[in-house]
Ligand binder design. Structure first.
Ligand code: HPA
Length: 262
């Protein structure tokens, strides 16, 4: 990895980054905590090491536990760095999103295949100078496939086995937040080709790619995006859809983890 320090040990573990509605994983036996101050600052919390479905798994709550860090203030660089240091070999990000196109209604789960980044001002790359250590050179990673295809397929297979209905593709539009969008902004995202809108998909996916960590996203739609229903978006409807859809997300995670070892 050009210019970046290699991790202390090569990891083998599956890491799950839990988003809104997933600050804890049922059935996850915690065996240790990894608290690390990275060159990029502190992650959202300790990386929990543990066993889930008989496999070593790492878990990090993206917004902290309890949920307190807003999407634009998550230290995505520290999170990804800490996961790699803790031994992550692959990363599954769970993200709550709004649905834009007809298949993406509340409580629906999607495994996106592409993304568009509308975020700004976030620490979004490891390839810039940190502290006194100068960069060896300028690095541009390829990002043709922002989501790892074999990890995506593993999630889809797991969903099929558990008979959880998922949309097997989608373009994730990452917005800055923390406010929700205007209908005009959503109409623009739709013209751009976005199916889903969320605030946390980027720069997480790009940072995983910079570290060479295969990454995929399990997106749970928790509301129709602004202007896509006949009412404004309420926290009650988001809470309801989270409750309804999260059992499917958990079933997919339970099913996929044993497939991913090694
Ligand atoms: N927009 C952006 N992010 C979101 C939404 C939304 O409608 N719902 C959940 N996360």
């Amino acid at each position: 990895m050009s210019g970046l320090p290699e991790p202390t040990a090569m990891g083998q573990d599956i890491a799950i980054i839990g988003g809104t509605g997933l600050t804890e994983l049922d059935g996850f036996t915690v065996t240790g905590e990894y608290r690390v101050d990275t060159p990029w600052g502190m992650p959202s919390g300790p990386v929990l090491k543990g066993v889930f479905r008989g496999q070593p798994v790492l878990f990090l709550a993206r917004h902290g536990h309890p949920h307190r860090i807003p999407p634009h203030q998550v230290n995505y660089r520290a999170n990804l760095w800490a996961l790699r240091e803790a031994g992550a070999a692959r990363v599954i990000g769970v993200n709550a999103v709004g649905g834009i196109t007809p298949a993406m209604g509340p409580a629906r789960i999607a495994v996106p295949h592409q993304l568009i980044d509308y975020t700004w001002g976030r620490g979004h790359t490891f390839f810039e100078q940190v502290g006194d250590a100068p960069l060896e050179g300028v690095t541009h990673i390829d990002f043709t496939y922002p989501y790892n295809e074999s990890l995506r397929q593993a999630l889809l297979t797991a969903a099929a086995r558990r008979q959880v209905m998922v949309v097997d593709h989608g373009v994730y539009g990452a917005t800055q937040g923390p406010r929700l969008e205007t209908p005009a902004e959503i109409a623009r995202l739709e013209r751009d080709g976005c199916d889903l809108v969320g605030m946390t998909g980027m720069p997480e996916a790009a940072l995983a790619a910079e570290l060479g960590l295969p990454y995929a996203c399990l997106a749970l739609s928790v509301n129709w995006a602004a202007g896509k229903s006949d009412h404004i978006i309420t926290m009650e409807e988001i809470g309801q859809a989270l409750e309804e859809g999260m059992s499917g997300v958990k079933a997919i995670l339970e099913e996929v983890i044993p497939d991913l070892r090694g």
